[in-house]
Design a protein around this ligand. Structure first.
Ligand code: IMP
Length: 432
Protein backbone atom coordinates (compact mmCIF):
# COMPACT_ATOMS: atom_id res chain seq x y z
CA UNK A 1 0.00 0.00 0.00
CA UNK A 2 2.44 2.67 -1.09
CA UNK A 3 1.44 6.26 -0.41
CA UNK A 4 3.76 8.82 -2.01
CA UNK A 5 3.57 12.58 -1.49
CA UNK A 6 4.90 15.42 -3.61
CA UNK A 7 5.38 18.67 -1.72
CA UNK A 8 6.60 22.13 -2.69
CA UNK A 9 9.37 23.12 -0.29
CA UNK A 10 9.29 26.85 -1.05
CA UNK A 11 6.52 29.38 -1.78
CA UNK A 12 4.92 27.34 -4.55
CA UNK A 13 5.83 27.30 -8.23
CA UNK A 14 8.71 24.85 -7.69
CA UNK A 15 7.70 22.85 -10.75
CA UNK A 16 5.54 20.22 -9.06
CA UNK A 17 3.52 19.60 -12.23
CA UNK A 18 6.36 17.85 -13.99
CA UNK A 19 7.32 15.91 -10.86
CA UNK A 20 3.77 14.61 -10.55
CA UNK A 21 3.81 13.86 -14.26
CA UNK A 22 6.90 11.70 -13.77
CA UNK A 23 5.73 9.89 -10.64
CA UNK A 24 2.22 9.34 -12.04
CA UNK A 25 3.65 6.83 -14.46
CA UNK A 26 3.95 4.37 -11.58
CA UNK A 27 0.83 5.45 -9.67
CA UNK A 28 -2.74 4.22 -9.88
CA UNK A 29 -4.38 7.15 -8.14
CA UNK A 30 -3.24 10.76 -8.26
CA UNK A 31 -4.93 12.93 -5.69
CA UNK A 32 -5.03 16.56 -4.71
CA UNK A 33 -5.80 17.25 -1.07
CA UNK A 34 -5.55 21.01 -0.55
CA UNK A 35 -6.22 24.38 -2.15
CA UNK A 36 -8.16 25.02 -5.31
CA UNK A 37 -7.68 26.76 -8.61
CA UNK A 38 -5.13 29.13 -7.08
CA UNK A 39 -2.60 26.44 -8.05
CA UNK A 40 -1.09 26.27 -11.50
CA UNK A 41 0.62 23.09 -12.60
CA UNK A 42 2.24 23.10 -16.02
CA UNK A 43 3.18 19.92 -17.85
CA UNK A 44 4.82 20.00 -21.27
CA UNK A 45 4.49 16.81 -23.33
CA UNK A 46 5.94 17.12 -26.81
CA UNK A 47 4.16 20.05 -28.41
CA UNK A 48 1.29 19.99 -25.95
CA UNK A 49 1.37 22.23 -22.86
CA UNK A 50 -1.19 21.43 -20.16
CA UNK A 51 -1.90 24.14 -17.61
CA UNK A 52 -3.99 22.71 -14.83
CA UNK A 53 -5.31 24.57 -11.83
CA UNK A 54 -7.69 22.10 -10.25
CA UNK A 55 -7.64 18.59 -11.69
CA UNK A 56 -4.49 16.66 -10.64
CA UNK A 57 -1.95 16.80 -13.45
CA UNK A 58 -1.50 13.02 -13.24
CA UNK A 59 -4.76 12.64 -15.17
CA UNK A 60 -2.77 13.12 -18.36
CA UNK A 61 -1.63 9.51 -17.99
CA UNK A 62 -4.45 7.30 -19.30
CA UNK A 63 -4.01 4.59 -16.65
CA UNK A 64 -4.55 6.90 -13.63
CA UNK A 65 -7.60 7.84 -11.62
CA UNK A 66 -7.60 11.46 -10.44
CA UNK A 67 -9.07 12.39 -7.08
CA UNK A 68 -10.15 15.78 -5.79
CA UNK A 69 -9.98 15.33 -2.02
CA UNK A 70 -12.17 16.80 0.69
CA UNK A 71 -9.47 19.24 1.83
CA UNK A 72 -9.83 21.14 -1.42
CA UNK A 73 -12.03 24.05 -2.41
CA UNK A 74 -13.52 23.59 -5.85
CA UNK A 75 -14.68 26.21 -8.31
CA UNK A 76 -17.15 24.35 -10.53
CA UNK A 77 -16.64 26.81 -13.37
CA UNK A 78 -12.93 26.00 -13.47
CA UNK A 79 -13.77 22.31 -13.25
CA UNK A 80 -16.02 22.61 -16.28
CA UNK A 81 -13.37 24.53 -18.25
CA UNK A 82 -10.60 22.08 -17.38
CA UNK A 83 -12.73 19.08 -18.29
CA UNK A 84 -13.38 20.66 -21.66
CA UNK A 85 -9.72 21.58 -22.21
CA UNK A 86 -8.55 18.07 -21.32
CA UNK A 87 -11.16 16.40 -23.50
CA UNK A 88 -10.16 18.65 -26.40
CA UNK A 89 -6.57 17.48 -25.87
CA UNK A 90 -7.70 13.85 -26.06
CA UNK A 91 -7.65 13.08 -22.33
CA UNK A 92 -10.52 10.84 -21.31
CA UNK A 93 -12.66 12.25 -18.49
CA UNK A 94 -15.24 9.87 -17.04
CA UNK A 95 -16.50 8.95 -13.56
CA UNK A 96 -14.22 5.92 -13.44
CA UNK A 97 -11.13 8.08 -13.66
CA UNK A 98 -12.19 11.27 -11.92
CA UNK A 99 -13.53 11.14 -8.37
CA UNK A 100 -14.64 14.27 -6.61
CA UNK A 101 -15.05 14.01 -2.85
CA UNK A 102 -18.60 14.74 -1.77
CA UNK A 103 -17.10 16.69 1.15
CA UNK A 104 -15.16 19.14 -1.02
CA UNK A 105 -16.21 22.77 -0.49
CA UNK A 106 -17.47 24.81 -3.42
CA UNK A 107 -16.08 28.19 -4.44
CA UNK A 108 -18.68 30.60 -5.78
CA UNK A 109 -18.51 33.97 -7.56
CA UNK A 110 -19.33 35.52 -4.16
CA UNK A 111 -16.09 34.09 -2.73
CA UNK A 112 -14.09 35.52 -5.60
CA UNK A 113 -15.73 38.89 -5.24
CA UNK A 114 -15.11 38.91 -1.48
CA UNK A 115 -11.48 37.85 -1.96
CA UNK A 116 -10.84 40.87 -4.17
CA UNK A 117 -12.88 43.27 -2.02
CA UNK A 118 -11.05 42.16 1.13
CA UNK A 119 -7.68 42.60 -0.54
CA UNK A 120 -8.61 46.06 -1.83
CA UNK A 121 -9.81 47.07 1.65
CA UNK A 122 -6.46 46.05 3.15
CA UNK A 123 -4.59 48.70 1.20
CA UNK A 124 -0.89 48.40 1.97
CA UNK A 125 -1.24 45.23 4.03
CA UNK A 126 -2.38 43.17 1.06
CA UNK A 127 -1.43 39.53 0.91
CA UNK A 128 -1.42 39.47 -2.86
CA UNK A 129 -3.87 36.59 -3.20
CA UNK A 130 -4.64 35.04 -6.54
CA UNK A 131 -8.17 36.48 -6.32
CA UNK A 132 -9.67 33.01 -6.78
CA UNK A 133 -11.85 33.15 -3.67
CA UNK A 134 -9.72 30.66 -1.74
CA UNK A 135 -9.66 32.48 1.63
CA UNK A 136 -13.40 33.28 1.74
CA UNK A 137 -14.29 29.68 0.75
CA UNK A 138 -12.19 28.28 3.61
CA UNK A 139 -13.71 30.89 5.94
CA UNK A 140 -17.18 29.57 5.09
CA UNK A 141 -15.96 26.01 5.64
CA UNK A 142 -14.57 26.84 9.09
CA UNK A 143 -17.69 28.85 9.91
CA UNK A 144 -19.73 25.73 9.08
CA UNK A 145 -21.83 27.41 6.44
CA UNK A 146 -19.93 26.40 3.28
CA UNK A 147 -21.51 24.57 0.35
CA UNK A 148 -20.29 20.99 0.05
CA UNK A 149 -20.27 19.38 -3.36
CA UNK A 150 -22.22 16.39 -2.02
CA UNK A 151 -25.20 18.65 -1.38
CA UNK A 152 -25.64 18.80 -5.16
CA UNK A 153 -26.85 15.19 -5.05
CA UNK A 154 -30.19 16.44 -3.73
CA UNK A 155 -31.32 19.18 -6.18
CA UNK A 156 -34.11 20.72 -4.05
CA UNK A 157 -31.93 20.89 -1.00
CA UNK A 158 -29.02 22.27 -3.06
CA UNK A 159 -31.13 25.05 -4.61
CA UNK A 160 -32.15 26.16 -1.13
CA UNK A 161 -28.58 26.10 0.15
CA UNK A 162 -27.29 28.03 -2.85
CA UNK A 163 -29.98 30.69 -2.24
CA UNK A 164 -28.98 30.88 1.43
CA UNK A 165 -25.32 31.24 0.50
CA UNK A 166 -25.78 34.05 -2.00
CA UNK A 167 -28.27 35.93 0.17
CA UNK A 168 -25.85 35.85 3.06
CA UNK A 169 -22.86 36.78 0.87
CA UNK A 170 -24.84 39.66 -0.65
CA UNK A 171 -25.40 41.12 2.81
CA UNK A 172 -21.62 41.31 3.22
CA UNK A 173 -20.96 42.49 -0.33
CA UNK A 174 -23.53 45.29 -0.28
CA UNK A 175 -23.33 46.19 3.42
CA UNK A 176 -19.64 46.01 4.27
CA UNK A 177 -18.01 46.43 0.87
CA UNK A 178 -20.65 48.71 -0.68
CA UNK A 179 -20.68 46.81 -3.95
CA UNK A 180 -23.65 45.60 -6.00
CA UNK A 181 -24.86 42.18 -4.87
CA UNK A 182 -25.01 39.13 -7.13
CA UNK A 183 -28.24 38.09 -8.87
CA UNK A 184 -29.36 35.24 -6.63
CA UNK A 185 -31.77 33.62 -9.11
CA UNK A 186 -29.15 33.69 -11.88
CA UNK A 187 -26.64 32.12 -9.48
CA UNK A 188 -29.08 29.34 -8.56
CA UNK A 189 -29.56 28.55 -12.23
CA UNK A 190 -25.81 28.50 -12.80
CA UNK A 191 -25.17 26.28 -9.80
CA UNK A 192 -27.93 23.84 -10.73
CA UNK A 193 -26.09 23.35 -14.03
CA UNK A 194 -22.83 22.79 -12.12
CA UNK A 195 -24.62 20.31 -9.87
CA UNK A 196 -25.61 18.30 -12.95
CA UNK A 197 -22.02 18.46 -14.21
CA UNK A 198 -20.51 17.27 -10.92
CA UNK A 199 -23.08 14.67 -9.91
CA UNK A 200 -21.67 11.64 -11.79
CA UNK A 201 -18.20 12.29 -10.37
CA UNK A 202 -19.09 12.74 -6.69
CA UNK A 203 -17.86 9.99 -4.39
CA UNK A 204 -17.20 9.30 -0.75
CA UNK A 205 -13.60 9.32 -1.88
CA UNK A 206 -11.67 8.67 1.36
CA UNK A 207 -12.73 5.00 1.78
CA UNK A 208 -12.14 4.40 -1.94
CA UNK A 209 -8.61 5.78 -1.75
CA UNK A 210 -8.00 3.67 1.35
CA UNK A 211 -9.37 0.60 -0.44
CA UNK A 212 -6.98 1.24 -3.33
CA UNK A 213 -4.07 1.42 -0.89
CA UNK A 214 -5.23 -1.76 0.86
CA UNK A 215 -5.36 -3.50 -2.50
CA UNK A 216 -1.70 -2.63 -3.04
CA UNK A 217 -2.23 0.23 -5.47
CA UNK A 218 0.05 3.26 -5.42
CA UNK A 219 -1.48 6.58 -4.46
CA UNK A 220 0.33 9.80 -5.27
CA UNK A 221 -0.75 12.84 -3.26
CA UNK A 222 -0.08 16.03 -5.16
CA UNK A 223 0.50 18.98 -2.84
CA UNK A 224 -0.48 22.39 -4.16
CA UNK A 225 1.31 25.67 -3.30
CA UNK A 226 4.35 25.21 -1.06
CA UNK A 227 5.42 24.61 2.53
CA UNK A 228 6.01 28.29 3.24
CA UNK A 229 2.42 29.09 2.21
CA UNK A 230 0.94 26.65 4.75
CA UNK A 231 -1.80 28.31 6.78
CA UNK A 232 -0.19 27.24 10.07
CA UNK A 233 3.50 26.60 9.44
CA UNK A 234 4.04 29.06 6.58
CA UNK A 235 4.97 32.72 6.69
CA UNK A 236 1.69 33.81 8.27
CA UNK A 237 -0.27 35.91 7.39
CA UNK A 238 1.31 35.85 3.92
CA UNK A 239 0.08 32.35 3.24
CA UNK A 240 -2.78 30.55 1.54
CA UNK A 241 -5.70 29.22 3.58
CA UNK A 242 -5.03 25.47 3.46
CA UNK A 243 -2.58 22.89 4.78
CA UNK A 244 0.10 22.65 2.12
CA UNK A 245 2.45 20.36 4.08
CA UNK A 246 2.51 16.55 4.04
CA UNK A 247 0.43 16.38 7.23
CA UNK A 248 -2.56 17.68 5.26
CA UNK A 249 -2.68 14.54 3.11
CA UNK A 250 -4.52 12.46 5.69
CA UNK A 251 -7.32 14.86 6.54
CA UNK A 252 -7.44 16.26 3.00
CA UNK A 253 -8.01 12.82 1.49
CA UNK A 254 -10.00 11.35 4.36
CA UNK A 255 -7.39 8.71 5.27
CA UNK A 256 -6.23 7.41 8.61
CA UNK A 257 -2.61 8.13 9.55
CA UNK A 258 -0.45 5.45 7.98
CA UNK A 259 3.06 4.91 6.70
CA UNK A 260 4.19 6.98 3.74
CA UNK A 261 6.70 5.50 1.31
CA UNK A 262 8.17 8.71 -0.08
CA UNK A 263 7.80 12.40 0.61
CA UNK A 264 9.39 14.07 -2.39
CA UNK A 265 10.27 17.71 -1.75
CA UNK A 266 10.37 19.80 -4.89
CA UNK A 267 12.96 22.57 -4.70
CA UNK A 268 13.82 25.09 -7.37
CA UNK A 269 17.54 25.81 -7.83
CA UNK A 270 16.76 29.37 -6.74
CA UNK A 271 13.87 30.89 -4.81
CA UNK A 272 10.65 32.59 -6.03
CA UNK A 273 7.57 34.05 -4.45
CA UNK A 274 4.38 35.69 -5.69
CA UNK A 275 2.42 37.94 -3.42
CA UNK A 276 3.64 39.83 -0.37
CA UNK A 277 5.66 38.67 2.65
CA UNK A 278 9.26 38.38 3.82
CA UNK A 279 11.83 36.96 1.39
CA UNK A 280 15.35 37.17 2.87
CA UNK A 281 17.29 36.33 -0.31
CA UNK A 282 15.22 38.49 -2.68
CA UNK A 283 17.08 40.10 -5.58
CA UNK A 284 16.35 43.01 -7.83
CA UNK A 285 18.05 44.58 -10.83
CA UNK A 286 19.91 42.64 -13.50
CA UNK A 287 20.25 39.42 -11.55
CA UNK A 288 16.51 39.29 -10.88
CA UNK A 289 15.85 39.71 -14.60
CA UNK A 290 18.31 36.94 -15.35
CA UNK A 291 16.57 34.48 -13.03
CA UNK A 292 13.02 35.53 -13.90
CA UNK A 293 13.35 35.50 -17.69
CA UNK A 294 11.51 37.84 -19.99
CA UNK A 295 8.16 36.08 -19.98
CA UNK A 296 8.62 34.95 -23.58
CA UNK A 297 8.72 31.29 -22.47
CA UNK A 298 6.07 29.38 -20.53
CA UNK A 299 8.69 28.38 -17.98
CA UNK A 300 9.81 31.94 -17.21
CA UNK A 301 8.95 33.17 -13.72
CA UNK A 302 5.48 34.59 -14.26
CA UNK A 303 2.45 33.18 -12.41
CA UNK A 304 0.59 30.36 -14.20
CA UNK A 305 -2.65 31.48 -12.56
CA UNK A 306 -2.28 35.26 -12.45
CA UNK A 307 0.50 36.09 -14.95
CA UNK A 308 2.20 38.21 -12.24
CA UNK A 309 6.01 38.44 -12.40
CA UNK A 310 7.40 36.37 -9.57
CA UNK A 311 9.80 37.81 -7.01
CA UNK A 312 13.12 35.97 -7.31
CA UNK A 313 16.17 35.34 -5.12
CA UNK A 314 18.97 32.94 -4.27
CA UNK A 315 18.25 29.52 -2.83
CA UNK A 316 17.56 29.61 0.90
CA UNK A 317 18.83 26.51 2.71
CA UNK A 318 17.60 27.60 6.13
CA UNK A 319 14.05 27.49 4.82
CA UNK A 320 14.75 24.23 3.01
CA UNK A 321 15.85 22.62 6.29
CA UNK A 322 12.63 23.89 7.84
CA UNK A 323 10.64 22.30 4.99
CA UNK A 324 12.50 19.02 5.49
CA UNK A 325 11.59 18.93 9.15
CA UNK A 326 7.92 19.75 8.92
CA UNK A 327 7.25 17.53 5.92
CA UNK A 328 9.50 14.59 6.78
CA UNK A 329 11.08 14.74 3.33
CA UNK A 330 12.72 11.55 2.13
CA UNK A 331 14.24 12.97 -1.07
CA UNK A 332 14.50 16.11 -3.16
CA UNK A 333 13.60 16.82 -6.76
CA UNK A 334 15.69 19.80 -7.87
CA UNK A 335 14.17 21.84 -10.71
CA UNK A 336 15.48 24.50 -13.09
CA UNK A 337 19.19 23.86 -12.55
CA UNK A 338 19.69 24.86 -16.22
CA UNK A 339 18.60 28.43 -15.44
CA UNK A 340 21.79 29.02 -13.44
CA UNK A 341 24.11 28.35 -16.41
CA UNK A 342 26.21 31.36 -17.32
CA UNK A 343 26.81 32.67 -13.80
CA UNK A 344 30.42 33.00 -12.60
CA UNK A 345 29.43 32.35 -9.03
CA UNK A 346 26.26 31.36 -7.23
CA UNK A 347 25.50 32.61 -3.73
CA UNK A 348 23.40 30.29 -1.57
CA UNK A 349 21.92 31.29 1.77
CA UNK A 350 23.40 28.81 4.25
CA UNK A 351 22.47 30.64 7.48
CA UNK A 352 20.83 33.79 8.79
CA UNK A 353 22.20 36.63 10.86
CA UNK A 354 19.80 38.10 13.35
CA UNK A 355 20.63 40.44 16.24
CA UNK A 356 24.37 39.69 15.76
CA UNK A 357 23.78 35.92 16.01
CA UNK A 358 24.37 33.47 13.19
CA UNK A 359 21.63 30.88 12.91
CA UNK A 360 21.73 27.76 10.76
CA UNK A 361 18.11 27.02 11.53
CA UNK A 362 15.24 29.21 12.54
CA UNK A 363 12.78 28.23 15.22
CA UNK A 364 10.10 30.46 13.78
CA UNK A 365 6.86 28.53 13.19
CA UNK A 366 6.38 30.67 10.14
CA UNK A 367 6.58 33.94 12.09
CA UNK A 368 6.84 36.49 9.30
CA UNK A 369 8.06 39.28 11.52
CA UNK A 370 10.95 37.14 12.75
CA UNK A 371 11.88 36.13 9.21
CA UNK A 372 11.81 39.76 8.12
CA UNK A 373 14.54 40.50 10.70
CA UNK A 374 16.91 37.89 9.25
CA UNK A 375 19.79 38.73 6.94
CA UNK A 376 21.04 35.94 4.70
CA UNK A 377 24.58 34.67 5.24
CA UNK A 378 25.75 33.51 1.82
CA UNK A 379 28.17 30.84 0.86
CA UNK A 380 29.35 31.44 -2.69
CA UNK A 381 29.84 28.47 -4.97
CA UNK A 382 31.54 28.48 -8.37
CA UNK A 383 29.17 28.70 -11.33
CA UNK A 384 29.37 27.02 -14.74
CA UNK A 385 29.01 28.28 -18.29
CA UNK A 386 27.79 25.13 -20.04
CA UNK A 387 24.20 24.78 -21.21
CA UNK A 388 22.71 21.90 -19.20
CA UNK A 389 19.60 21.34 -21.26
CA UNK A 390 20.98 18.38 -23.18
CA UNK A 391 22.37 16.61 -20.09
CA UNK A 392 20.59 13.36 -19.29
CA UNK A 393 22.93 11.77 -16.76
CA UNK A 394 24.80 12.88 -13.68
CA UNK A 395 28.15 12.36 -15.38
CA UNK A 396 27.23 14.80 -18.15
CA UNK A 397 26.79 17.65 -15.67
CA UNK A 398 29.77 20.02 -15.31
CA UNK A 399 31.71 19.52 -12.07
CA UNK A 400 30.54 22.88 -10.69
CA UNK A 401 26.88 21.93 -11.23
CA UNK A 402 27.49 18.60 -9.49
CA UNK A 403 29.09 20.46 -6.58
CA UNK A 404 26.08 22.78 -6.39
CA UNK A 405 23.73 19.78 -6.13
CA UNK A 406 25.95 18.03 -3.56
CA UNK A 407 26.08 21.21 -1.49
CA UNK A 408 22.28 21.39 -1.42
CA UNK A 409 21.82 17.80 -0.34
CA UNK A 410 24.52 18.00 2.31
CA UNK A 411 23.12 21.21 3.72
CA UNK A 412 19.51 20.07 3.54
CA UNK A 413 20.26 16.61 4.89
CA UNK A 414 18.15 14.92 2.16
CA UNK A 415 19.40 13.31 -1.06
CA UNK A 416 18.67 14.96 -4.40
CA UNK A 417 17.16 12.09 -6.38
CA UNK A 418 16.11 13.95 -9.55
CA UNK A 419 17.32 17.06 -11.35
CA UNK A 420 15.41 18.77 -14.13
CA UNK A 421 17.38 20.71 -16.73
CA UNK A 422 14.64 21.97 -19.03
CA UNK A 423 10.87 22.25 -19.27
CA UNK A 424 10.08 19.20 -21.36
CA UNK A 425 9.41 15.76 -19.89
CA UNK A 426 12.68 14.27 -21.06
CA UNK A 427 14.96 16.99 -19.65
CA UNK A 428 15.60 14.99 -16.53
CA UNK A 429 18.48 13.41 -14.67
CA UNK A 430 17.72 10.58 -12.29
CA UNK A 431 20.42 9.77 -9.77
CA UNK A 432 20.92 6.26 -8.63
P1 IMP B 1 -4.56 32.66 -2.18
O1 IMP B 1 -4.20 31.24 -2.08
O2 IMP B 1 -5.13 33.05 -3.52
O3 IMP B 1 -5.44 33.12 -1.06
O4 IMP B 1 -3.21 33.52 -2.06
C1 IMP B 1 -2.48 33.59 -0.84
C2 IMP B 1 -0.98 33.63 -1.13
O5 IMP B 1 -0.58 32.39 -1.68
C3 IMP B 1 -0.55 34.70 -2.14
O6 IMP B 1 0.73 35.16 -1.80
C4 IMP B 1 -0.50 33.93 -3.45
O7 IMP B 1 0.39 34.52 -4.38
C5 IMP B 1 0.05 32.60 -2.95
N1 IMP B 1 -0.30 31.46 -3.81
C6 IMP B 1 -1.48 30.81 -3.87
N2 IMP B 1 -1.41 29.79 -4.74
C7 IMP B 1 -0.17 29.79 -5.24
C8 IMP B 1 0.52 28.94 -6.16
O8 IMP B 1 0.00 27.96 -6.69
N3 IMP B 1 1.82 29.27 -6.41
C9 IMP B 1 2.43 30.31 -5.80
N4 IMP B 1 1.84 31.10 -4.93
C10 IMP B 1 0.55 30.85 -4.64
Amino acid sequence: MPLDIVIGTQWGDEGKGRVVDLLSRDSHLVARYNGGDNAGHTVIVGRQTYKLHLIPSGIIHPHTTAVLGSGMVLNPQTLSEEMEMLRAAGVEINPDRLWISDAVQLITPAHRLLDRAQEAAKGKGQIGTTGRGIGPAYVDKAARRGLRAGEALDPDHFAGRVREHFEEANRLITGLYQQPGLDVDAMIEEFMAYAALMRPFLRRSGPRVQAALDAGQTVLAEGAQGTLLDVEQGTYPFVTSSTTTSAGVFSGLGLGVQPVRRVVGVVKAFQTRVGAGPFPTELDGEMALFLRGTGANTWDEYGTTTGRPRRVGWLDLVLLRYAREINGLTELFLTKLDVLSGLNEIPVCAAYRRASQTLSSLDFSGDSRLLAQCEPVYQTLPGWQEDLRACRSWDELPAAAQDYVRFIEEQAGVPVKYISVGPERSALIERS
